[in-house]
Design a protein around this ligand. Structure first.
Ligand code: GLU
Ligand code: ASP
Length: 488
């Protein structure tokens, strides 16, 4: 297949269908599992759960999400320097499938933690490289490029929309382990399709690493990996010797790492000799945008911890003459994305060059995110913190935060690539995922304050602070725009 001439999939290269459909099944398995994971962890053992405390369960969900995006750094490296994209995605998918199989077995917390390791590594290998391969279907100036990515995002959100409904129903109404098996089956279907279809329609170039490791680079790399393992083992060892090796402290440790990694990256970009003056200015402009994106994802990702908890414990799920499984609320996030996408596509097209700059869109995105939390104060103030409220309040909250996601997620992805210094293109792409990783690491700490009796204060403080930070961003926007040096 030659680039630019393949129009076999509604005018798009046929390989796009392969990649989007694989990603559909991967997200189906991920978000299906995630829709029931919180409940599986804190439900009592007699109800098929693990009996964790609510606060621990929310922290684990958050730190898990953080690790999943942190590992994208490894995925990029393995594809670029070792295996090439095709095989890296395949390896990732296999690990993910086994991760879900572990959860499908009745082996309690041990299986849970083993599964987390597999899914974290697997997703890190698979997800960034699917996006990368979609980009690789087009030449740089192919006008179909952006719409190709929209098709991928549609695949992501269709998978994330359907899975909480089916996996959630099976997991919550029948048995958690059956729910997790359905996630495993989803990933297996995706893998079979990827292998069979990929042979015909994916770019053979992706079979090899574009920048393979030289022989003399292997030993230093292995030494670095071993040192890394020793440092982490030593930290855990000291924790164990002092009687501090427990889940809370491991989570705290990961939080620190997730916040340190992007700092190290920024220092590297700003001090590197390979980065030109104008590129350095653009990296500086990216710092406030990165921080804004951390704050945005912190609110958005609490949909699967704090709002999921609210759905199960504080809403009246029997409102429509039937019991709604709490996991179904996880479908609202992707549902609103699917509904809003055509409108925003039209809006940006209609506004053309008159559309707001990225920092302005980010500001608005933060305001919407903040409002989605502030609005949750209303049912709590009207009905008190001990009564069950109408689930439509949650629908409203998601309807609001997803407007913010439309203003931040696609915009952030594209501005990240535009502000990237030439020498660090793929590392800069990782920064985008690292903003979500840092956000969820922060959440692993924040969610501990979401306790009975504290809910209104929690939504008010976090929502209010997000709006204030949005206002601060608009204040410094002229300076950011100047630093962006011609990029918008
Ligand atoms: N929710 C989206 C996904 O699962 C995007 C997350 C992000 O860009 O951080 O693919
Ligand atoms: N909004 C998330 C991502 O785009 C999906 C989800 O949280 O269910 O696609």
């Amino acid at each position: 297949m030659k680039k630019d001439t393949d129009h076999a999939f509604f005018g798009q290269p046929r390989g796009l269908a392969t990649l989007a459909f694989t990603e559909f099944w991967e997200r189906f398995s991920y978000y299906g599992m995630k829709a029931i994971l919180l409940y599986y962890m804190y439900f009592a053992v007699s109800k098929g759960g693990l009996g964790f405390s609510r606060s621990t369960a929310m922290s684990v969900v958050a730190i898990y999400g953080s690790l999943v995006y942190m590992s994208s750094v490894i995925g990029g490296f393995v594809a670029d320097r070792v295996l090439g994209g095709r095989r890296t995605v395949l390896a990732g998918g296999i690990l993910i499938m086994f991760g879900h199989i572990f959860l499908a077995l009745p082996f309690g917390a041990v299986a849970l933690f083993a599964s987390i390791v597999l899914i974290v590594l697997g997703t890190g290998l698979l997800k960034p490289n699917i996006s990368e391969m979609v980009g690789g279907l087009y030449s740089q100036d192919d006008v179909r490029r952006d719409s190709g990515f929209s098709v991928l995002v549609m695949g992501i959100n269709l998978g994330s929309f359907i899975s909480p409904i089916v996996v959630g129903w099976l997991g919550q109404q029948v048995n958690f382990h059956l729910g997790f098996s359905l996630a495993a089956i989803g990933m297996a279907v995706g893998l079979i399709f990827y292998v069979v279809d990929g042979k015909k329609y994916l770019n053979p170039d992706d079979n090899v690493a574009p920048d393979p490791l030289h022989e003399d680079e292997v030993a230093p790399l292995l030494i670095k990996i071993v040192i890394g393992i020793i440092v982490v083992a030593a930290i855990f060892g000291v924790m164990a010797l002092t009687g501090n090796f427990n889940l809370t402290n491991v989570i705290n440790f990961i939080t620190v790492v997730a916040i340190l990694i992007p700092i190290v990256y920024f220092v590297m970009f700003l001090t590197s000799k390979k980065v030109k003056k104008v590129e350095r200015s653009r990296v500086l402009a990216y710092i406030p945008l990165f921080l804004a994106s951390v704050i945005f994802w912190a609110i958005e990702e609490q949909g699967s911890s704090v709002l999921a908890m609210f759905a199960e414990t504080q809403t009246n799920l029997h409102s429509f003459g039937f019991t709604i499984p709490a996991s179904w609320f996880q479908s609202l996030n992707p549902l609103f994305i699917i509904l809003y996408t055509p409108f925003f596509a039209w809006l940006w097209m209609h506004l053309g060059k008159k559309q707001p700059s990225s920092p302005k869109k980010f500001t608005l995105g933060l305001v919407f995110a903040g409002l989605s939390f502030v609005v949750m104060m209303l049912p709590l103030s009207m009905h008190g913190e001990n009564s069950l409220v109408n689930p439509l309040w949650l629908v409203l909250s998601w309807a609001i935060v997803e407007v913010g996601e439309m203003l931040i997620s696609p915009v952030g992805l594209s501005v990240t690539t535009k502000l990237a210094p030439h020498a660090y293109k793929s590392q800069m792409m990782s920064m985008w995922f690292l903003s979500d990783a840092a956000a969820q690491a922060l959440n692993a700490q924040l969610v501990k304050f979401y306790t009975p009796g504290n809910e209104m204060l929690y939504f008010g403080l976090l929502g209010g602070a997000t709006i204030v930070l949005g206002a601060l961003l608009i204040f410094i926007t002229p300076r950011i725009e100047k630093l962006m040096a011609g990029v918008n």
